[in-house]
Design a protein around this ligand. Structure first.
Ligand code: LFR
Length: 450
């Protein structure tokens, strides 16, 4: 994306798009990291003259470097099964309560901590671990470091001390030497070969997306960063590490300007995209409009159930989940898509209600940003399910948040998140969905809980 941010101006435009997905090779599911780097370089070329470059990506995954700085093996995709059983095993050494107290992170089987533990002996050859954006930054500039918002997703970061949790790493068998110096969003990483400064942004895509949530000052808002995942929760100023938050598996990820994203990962539109892959279907608008004509809440599943994490035949998994909860599986494509969207909206409802209860805050509006903001059925269903208005947009929130942080680093007058969000409100299209009380979401939730 190429972007511009200045007084009263904010826009991004796509200059290059390329597919990204797990590549199964032998027993493992990898990312094609060199392909991504090649496309990144090509995209930078396509963008022409720019004042800065900032990279954000999904979180958690990494490459290991040897002492010379050469890549040791191909980064593994977080949907790989190599961490099966690892969290339970590690809990025998580091109890969950203690781990949460230090890192504040939700238990996801693919947290970097568990992935590194599953590397076993391969760690002895490694000198450095670089998360995906840090790895691309290193290749672009030669500079090694760990951007803080993404570091906070590793489960190796002390959320209160704001340092690497080195003694935790040692106890888990991970050499602390692997953890590079931390850097804040807004610092200059180095120079690309063209001489353009490379700037650390909120390199975790969700951190960048939440920068661009167009919340008005003084409103009680929740956000959903809606794409492959739905990251649903609240922005806090300090981590919330209570027993109840641990039990509800809420995370405390670090945001730009020291904020905390108190949220839970909801499985997201991944389930729909995998469903379409299974069907070899590509007409998303057509499927969604057919789904909108199919009855609401005819069948729902717990979209967060672990069986929906790995790639595979989602329609079959959905049918099995319906049968297991005594519901008739959806028949046909429209009903299946309706079931996925309803189940996602139901998970949004559950997650946002829990976030409010856990923090004692009320939620008067839900912002949906990211690709899901253009999915009208999902936005309306989420408003209906949550019982509050949804403000949908911007779609390209992560790119906008990335550009805003770069612009500030280069001297634009955007002193804080409030100023950045005011600019987003002024310049971006935001659509409002009022809640309609036509369906019984509480009864649908009860069906899942038997
Ligand atoms: C969203 C995201 C989530 C993270 C997941 C895996 O793209 O970054 O925030 O939990 O991907 O990295």
């Amino acid at each position: 994306m190429a972007g511009t941010a200045g007084p009263s101006t904010l826009r991004v435009e796509e200059v290059r798009r390329f597919p990204n997905g797990g590549v199964r090779a032998g027993p493992a599911l990898y990312w094609d990291i060199l392909g991504l780097y090649r496309e990144t370089l090509a995209g930078i070329g396509d963008a022409g003259r720019v004042d800065g470059i900032g990279i954000d990506s999904w979180a958690v995954d990494y490459g290991l470097l040897d002492e010379r700085g050469a890549l040791l093996g191909n980064p593994v995709c977080y949907r790989d099964s190599r961490t099966d059983g690892v969290p339970a095993k590690l809990a025998a050494t580091i109890p969950d309560r203690e781990l949460y107290d230090i890192t504040g992170l939700q238990q996801l089987p693919f947290n970097t901590l568990y992935q590194l533990v599953s590397e076993g002996d391969r760690l002895t050859a490694a000198a450095t671990m670089l998360l995906i954006p840090d790895l691309l930054n290193y290749w672009l500039t030669g500079s090694i470091g760990a951007e803080r918002t993404n570091a906070s997703t590793t489960q190796l970061y002390d959320v209160r001390a704001r340092t690497w949790a080195t003694s935790l790493a040692s106890r888990a068998g991970i050499p602390p030497r692997l953890l590079p110096p931390l850097r804040d969003p807004g610092t200059i990483v180095g120079e690309a070969p063209s001489g353009v400064p490379v700037i650390a942004v909120g390199s975790h895509d969700t951190a960048s997306a939440v920068v661009a949530v167009p919340a008005s000052p003084g409103t009680n808002f929740a956000y959903i960063s809606s794409g492959t995942w739905s990251l649903a929760g609240l922005e806090l100023t300090a981590p919330q590490l209570s027993d109840a938050a641990l039990a509800a598996n809420f995370t405390n990820e670090g945001g730009v300007d020291g904020t905390i994203r108190f949220l839970r990962n909801v499985m997201g539109l991944w389930v729909l995209s995998e469903t379409m892959r299974t069907w070899s279907a590509s007409d998303l608008p057509g499927l969604l409009s057919a789904a909108a004509g199919s009855p609401a809440l005819a069948a729902v599943v717990d979209i967060d159930a672990p069986e929906f994490l790995p790639p595979g035949d989602m329609p079959e998994r959905i049918a099995a989940a319906c049968r297991a909860t005594g519901q008739r599986p959806p028949s046909g494509r429209a009903a299946t898509v309706r079931c996925i969207v309803d189940s996602l909206a139901l998970a949004h409802r559950r997650t946002i209600h829990e976030a409010a209860t856990l923090t004692g805050r009320s939620v008067d509006v839900v912002h949906i940003v990211g690709g899901g903001a253009r999915n009208e059925l999902l936005c309306q269903s989420t408003a209906d399910a949550c019982g509050v208005p949804v403000l949908a947009g911007p779609v390209e929130a992560a790119a906008l948040g990335n550009v805003l942080v770069q612009a500030r680093a280069l001297g634009e007058d955007l002193p804080d998140l409030a100023a950045m969000r005011a600019l987003v409100r002024e310049t971006q299209e935001i659509r409002r969905y009022e809640p309609r009380g036509t369906a019984d979401w509480a009864a649908a939730e009860a069906r899942l809980r038997g």
